[in-house]
Design a protein around this ligand. Structure first.
Ligand SMILES: [Zn+2]
Ligand SMILES: [Zn+2]
Length: 439
C-alpha cells in the first residue's frame, strides 16, 4: 500500500505515530477482541489461540488487541468505551444519551489508546464473543450517526466475526430475572437482582479492586469516594443502573432488539465483511412442535444444560410487548391465513445454552439482511473455503453440538477450537486480499 499520509502536525508524538504506521503498513491488520457479558478476563483465559490464528502467516504475527469495556454496561456505553479504548481520549457518551439516562456525559480519560492510528485508511478487524457482537454493531452504528465526529467512518470496521452473539435478544435474560411484562424491571430475589446488587457493591469498592473487577461505572459516580453508604443502600434496594434501560439486561431483551432494528441499526455496511458462528447444543423434541431439548452429554455443563432446557421450551406469548417475530394476535384471528403462517421455526428454541440460534445469525430478519447461511439444513446455499468473501453480506456458519463457551473464551485446545482459529486466520487474510483488489 503506498504511503501517502499527509503530516499536518509536526509534533514529535504525531511524527512517531505516523512513522510507526508507515513501518507497519505491510503487516496484517490487527484483530480487536471484544468480550461478552461479565467478560473482563483479558487474554489469559483465551490460551494459545494465536498459534493457530497465525499459522497461515509464516514468519508474521497478526497483532491481537483485547479491549476492556463495561462488563455489565449497555451496548451504547460499551461501544463508546470501545472507541476511546482504541483511539485514546476521554470517553464521551454523548449529551443526549447522558441526559436521558442520567449519568455524566464523560467517563474515564484514556491517556494512550491501543490503536490511535485507527482510521478509514488503517481499519481494524473485530472479533466478538456473545454480547461483544451487538457491541460492535452498536459501535458501527454510532460511527455512522456521527457520534464520534466527521473523521470516523463505518469502514474503519473492516470485518466483524461474531460468536454466539445475541443480536436479536435472548430468553436467558427473562430466566435470570427480567420481568417478561415490564422490562427493564427485575423480579426481586432473582439471580439478576442479586447480580445487580453485587455490581453495585463491586463498584462501591472499585478503587481497591484489581482490573478484573472493573465495572466501568465512572460516569455513574458509584464508588465510596463519590457516594455515601446510605446512597449505596438505596441502590441495593432498587438499582437505577441494573433496572434501567441503559444496562446489559435490557439491551438483550427482545423488546430492546426490536427498538434497535426499528431505527435501522444493524443494517450491514457495504464496505464491511461480516461472519457469524452459530452454536447449538439441542435437538428437536418429539411431539412438541418446534421445541428443543439439550443433548444429554451436555449435562457435563450443568448450568448451561439447565438454561438450555428452559430456553428450548420458552413461551413467547408471555412477553409484553410481543416480539416482532411472534405471530400477532390480529393475524392469528384471521381465518384466511393458513395454519402454517402461525408456525415458528425451530430456530427460536434451538440454542447454545444462552442464546437461540435465530438471534446468533445476524441483526434483523433474513428478509431484511443480506445473508448467506453456510451448510445450513434449511438452505441449499453453500460456499467453499477458498471462495472470495464479499462485503455487506453476513456469512452464517454453524457449530453443531456446541455450547455458548465451546469456541471461546476458555481455551481447552479442542479440535473445534483449533479449526476455528485456523479458519479465522485464513478468512482475515482473504478479506485483506479482497480489500486490496477493491482499492
Ligand atoms: Zn449510558
Ligand atoms: Zn440470514
Amino acid at each position: 500500500m503506498p504511503g501517502c499520509i499527509k503530516i499536518q502536525n509536526t509534533s514529535t508524538s504525531t511524527v512517531d505515530r505516523v512513522s510507526n504506521v508507515l513501518e507497519n503498513v505491510n503487516e496484517p491488520i490487527p484483530l480487536v477482541i471484544v468480550q461478552g457479558f461479565l467478560g473482563s478476563t483479558g487474554a489469559w483465559l483465551w490460551g494459545d489461540f494465536e498459534h493457530y490464528l497465525n499459522r497461515s502467516l509464516p514468519g508474521i504475527r497478526r497483532r491481537t488487541i483485547f479491549v476492556s469495556v463495561g462488563p455489565v454496561s449497555s451496548l451504547h456505553d460499551r461501544a463508546c468505551e470501545l472507541y476511546y479504548a482504541l483511539m485514546g481520549g476521554t470517553v464521551d457518551y454523548g449529551v443526549e444519551h447522558s441526559e436521558i439516562h442520567k449519568h455524566s456525559r464523560h467517563g474515564r480519560k484514556i491517556l494512550q489508546g491501543q490503536y490511535p492510528e485507527w482510521s478509514p485508511r488503517f481499519p481494524l478487524h473485530f472479533m466478538a464473543h456473545s454480547l461483544g457482537g451487538p457491541t460492535i454493531i452498536k459501535l458501527q452504528s454510532l460511527i455512522k450517526q456521527g457520534h464520534f465526529g466527521p473523521g470516523a467512518h463505518p469502514r474503519m470496521v473492516l470485518s466483524v466475526t461474531a460468536i454466539s452473539a445475541p443480536f436479536r435478544g435472548t430468553q436467558a435474560v427473562y430466566l435470570l430475572g427480567e420481568r417478561r411484562d415490564a422490562a427493564p424491571a427485575v423480579r426481586p430475589l432473582s439471580f439478576g437482582s442479586i447480580l445487580g446488587k453485587a455490581v453495585h457493591i463491586l463498584s462501591f469498592i472499585a478503587p481497591l479492586l484489581p482490573p478484573a473487577f472493573d465495572m466501568h461505572g465512572d460516569c455513574r459516580s458509584l464508588t465510596y469516594r463519590d457516594v455515601s453508604v446510605v446512597s449505596l443502600l438505596k441502590q441495593l434496594w432498587r438499582s437505577d443502573w441494573a433496572e434501567g434501560r441503559d444496562a446489559t439486561p435490557f439491551d438483550v431483551t427482545f423488546q430492546a432488539a426490536d427498538e434497535r432494528e426499528s431505527s435501522e441499526e444493524g443494517d450491514p455496511d457495504p464496505e464491511t465483511f461480516y461472519q457469524s458462528h452459530v452454536a447449538w447444543m439441542t435437538r428437536k423434541r418429539r411431539h412438541f412442535e418446534s421445541y428443543h431439548t439439550p443433548s444429554i452429554y451436555h449435562v457435563a455443563s450443568p448450568l448451561m444444560y439447565i438454561s438450555s432446557r428452559f430456553i428450548g421450551i420458552f413461551n413467547y406469548s408471555t412477553l409484553r410487548p410481543f416480539p416482532s417475530f411472534f405471530p400477532q394476535e390480529s393475524t392469528r384471528c384471521d381465518p384466511s391465513v393458513a395454519d402454517s403462517a402461525f408456525d415458528m421455526g425451530e430456530e427460536y428454541w434451538a440454542n447454545d445454552g444462552i442464546v437461540p440460534i435465530f438471534s446468533q445469525w445476524h441483526p434483523h430478519s433474513c428478509r431484511r439482511t443480506r445473508c448467506l447461511h453456510l451448510a445450513s439444513p434449511s438452505t441449499d446455499k453453500s460456499t467453499n473455503e477458498g471462495d472470495v468473501p464479499e462485503p455487506g453480506i453476513w456469512y452464517v456458519n454453524y457449530e453443531e453440538d456446541a455450547n455458548h463457551m465451546s469456541i471461546v473464551p476458555r481455551w481447552t485446545g479442542t479440535d473445534r477450537q483449533q479449526q476455528f482459529w485456523l479458519k479465522l486466520g485464513r478468512w482475515l487474510s482473504a478479506v485483506e486480499e479482497t480489500r486490496r483488489q477493491i482499492c
